[in-house]
Design a protein around this ligand. Structure first.
Ligand code: SAM
Length: 431
């Protein structure tokens, strides 16, 4: 028989209690809970009930390495998937007395109040810490509102107000993530070098990790593209270097950037190389990682949201769409198709039915369109140029392969722009 989903477990404390039994210890509610971190790896944890409460709690128990035994006649599809993946063991039946034998911790959350009461009594007898979803007052343990940021676990109990606990947790985690909560690591924390993908330009589109590292940097070497607004938020002691302005004299510009990275890292500073989009998508990130490696300096690579996908999306163009495009190809258009330096096989690309995304191609778009048509692509294939995507200046210009050269001239489309070619252009809200 399917067990109906039980009511959501209160995050904690008596505030949400609908007591079904008298408190066993009269003073219990007045005492604050004593917070501990349970080290559950390899230890038996029994979960009764496979509904929404289990679904919410199981991932953290599994992440803690607990040996989780679920006892429930039914489970939500996510809980079932965890059992199928071998992350938990699932016994498909109702609770029976004795099920808590050997458990260090129990989560009681069935839809049967009698079973919950009996299991809770068993836990009390066997001295197993027990969380109850239906009766927080009768429970011997409460689940705090928890969150994690880079190795820090935040757990909050307010005793009476689970929403407030969640709000405090969110504020602390957010503060740790974006660096607004000053919580330095140990005093002797070693400096770091990170190649950070900053996303396409909107400051909200950098990753949480990227933003945190930015807040911890002593030196930031930034590109012209990417979330430049974030640079204004950096404290005054942070040295911000514009990569385009690093003097390169007898070196190539990229070599000069590599040298700057190595020099600052060797001087013991924490360095963020902030790049537009993703560091490894036409970002020369690997050259920088290699230069650092050659100098014996380890670096962290933080992926970013590439403009190749996000800029079309911001303009309402999906790079894939069911029944329309089953592939997308991202190519660089920085050299013309007939340039011997080009590594792009335009002839083959003309034969693909999916979406073609061209970066750095505004100047060469006429030649690119002519080449694709010459190799068999239909002249009326739709195309869009999205200039300065995700920023306040975002602009979308539509054309076809046949008309794009004239359109770009007439509308004065300028870099940076992402060019999207294919049927997906005429899908979506801009249709
Ligand atoms: C050197 S590539 C770097 C790409 C970057 N690593 C990425 O993953 O998005 C620069 C090109 O990316 C595209 N691009 C980057 N940001 C853009 C934006 N906000 N709007 C339009 N195009 C953008 C343009 O085609 C530009 O010429």
């Amino acid at each position: 028989m399917a067990e109906p989903a039980e009511p959501a477990e209160p995050a904690e404390g008596p505030a949400q209690t609908q007591p079904q039994s008298q408190p066993r210890h009269a003073a219990r509610a007045e005492h604050p809970a004593y917070l501990v971190g349970l080290r559950l790896a390899g230890r038996r944890v029994v979960v009764l009930g496979g509904g929404q409460v289990a679904q919410r709690r199981l991932p953290a128990l599994v992440a803690a390495g607990a040996d989780v035994a679920l006892i429930s006649p039914s489970a939500t599809p996510s809980v079932e998937a965890m059992a199928e993946a071998g992350q938990i063991t699932w016994t498909r039946r109702r609770y029976r007395e004795g099920d808590l034998a050997g458990a260090w911790y129990a989560l009681v959350s069935t839809s049967d109040p009698v079973a919950n009461e009996t299991a809770s009594a068993e836990a009390e007898r066997t001295k197993t810490w027990c969380v109850r979803s239906d009766d927080a007052e009768a429970a011997t343990a409460w689940t705090p509102a928890t969150g994690r940021s880079e190795g820090v676990t935040v757990a909050v109990l307010t005793g009476r107000d689970p929403r407030r606990s969640a709000a405090v947790r969110d504020a602390v985690v957010e503060g740790l993530r974006d660096g607004s909560l000053a919580a330095p690591h140990s005093r002797d924390r070693s400096p770091f070098v990170a190649l950070v993908g900053g996303g396409p330009g909107d400051p909200d589109l950098i990753t949480v990790r990227g933003r945190r590292l930015l807040a911890e940097a002593d030196v930031v070497i930034a590109d012209r593209l990417g979330p430049r607004d974030l640079l204004d938020e950096l404290p005054p002691h942070v040295e911000v270097i514009d990569a385009a302005k690093i003097p390169y004299g007898r070196f190539m510009a990229q070599e000069a950037i590599n040298n700057a990275l190595v020099e600052h890292a060797k001087a013991g500073r924490s360095v963020v190389r902030l790049k537009g989009g993703d560091p490894f998508v036409f970002g020369r990130g690997m050259e920088e990682a290699q230069a650092l490696a050659e100098a014996g300096i380890a670096c962290t690579v933080v992926p970013g949201i590439s403009s190749s996908i996000s800029v079309p999306a911001a303009a309402g163009i999906p790079v894939t769409h069911r029944g329309v495009a089953h592939e997308f190809t991202v190519v660089s258009g920085h050299v013309a198709p007939d340039d011997p330096r080009s590594l792009v096989d335009w002839k083959s690309l003309a034969k693909l039915t999916g979406t073609l995304v061209v970066l750095m191609g505004v100047d060469k778009v006429g030649a690119i369109a002519r080449t694709l048509i010459a190799h068999g692509k239909a002249p009326d294939t739709p195309l869009a140029l999205v200039q300065e995507g995700t920023t306040a200046a975002q602009r979308r210009v539509d054309a076809t392969l046949a008309t794009v050269a004239d359109t770009v001239r007439a509308q004065d489309v300028r870099p940076p722009a992402v060019i999207v070619i294919g049927a997906v252009v005429t899908e979506g809200p801009h249709k």
